[in-house]
Design a protein around this ligand. Sequence first.
Ligand SMILES: [Zn+2]
Ligand SMILES: [Zn+2]
Length: 76
Amino acid sequence: MLDLHAVCVSSISHGFLQQSPGLKMSFQCSICLDVFTDPVTTPCGHNFCMVCLREFWNSSSHCQCPVCKEETAYKW
Ligand SMILES: [Zn+2]
Ligand SMILES: [Zn+2]
């Protein structure tokens, strides 16, 4: 399985996103609908900006994935 976090970070740092706009969706956060600024991967395999995920979890009592509602014990 691909390590999406590593892929995101290396792609962004190499300017890969500007050269390949078709791949932009793969790096889009489901909360802010923008390209990840500081991507994190939940155990269920979804990706979000670290800030977005923190804000989402701060506004709810459960640490759930905003997409599939799977509970996670992780806190970043
Ligand atoms: Zn975001
Ligand atoms: Zn999920």
